[in-house]
Design a protein. Structure first.
Length: 139
């Protein structure tokens, strides 16, 4: 885990799931996953969007800041099909499913509307990759 991620994780835990700086006011989750190659346990802080119909489901976005490749955590989660998350002060297991097609497009568009940085990431990756959306559902 980078120092930057470690600082976000520490701040999240010290403030019942809230962080400041560029993420102030944004919904944040800590995703615990295991490296598919290394077997190493990692915690990745991410912004999420709550499903409006199903409170047991949240969506995370493999934007990697608009980089041309997916983040490693995306492959770890899709390979495992399960993980553990921290939301606020709660910690629980989740199943992981990639959202595709029109549902993916609708969810990602809404995230970009709420947080314009995500819309910018989509522009940066246009023609290179489609930013994946993962549904994390309480197990």
């Amino acid at each position: 885990m980078t120092d930057w991620n470690a600082n976000i994780v520490a701040e999240f835990r010290a403030n019942e799931g809230r962080v400041g700086g560029p993420f102030e006011g944004a919904p944040m989750v800590l995703v615990h996953h295991v490296g598919r190659k290394s077997g190493r346990k990692t915690v990745s802080p991410m912004m999420f969007m709550q499903d409006e119909q199903d409170p047991a489901t949240i969506y995370v976005f493999a934007s990697k800041g608009g980089a041309p490749t997916n983040p490693d955590w995306y492959y770890n989660l899709t390979t495992a099909g399960e993980a553990e998350i921290e939301v606020g002060t709660a910690k629980y297991p989740v199943t992981v499913v990639e959202v595709t097609g029109p549902d993916r497009d609708r969810i990602y568009t809404e995230q970009g509307r709420r947080y314009p940085g995500f819309a910018e990431y989509a522009v940066k990756t246009e023609g290179i990759r489609t930013i994946p959306v993962l549904a994390l559902r309480r197990a």
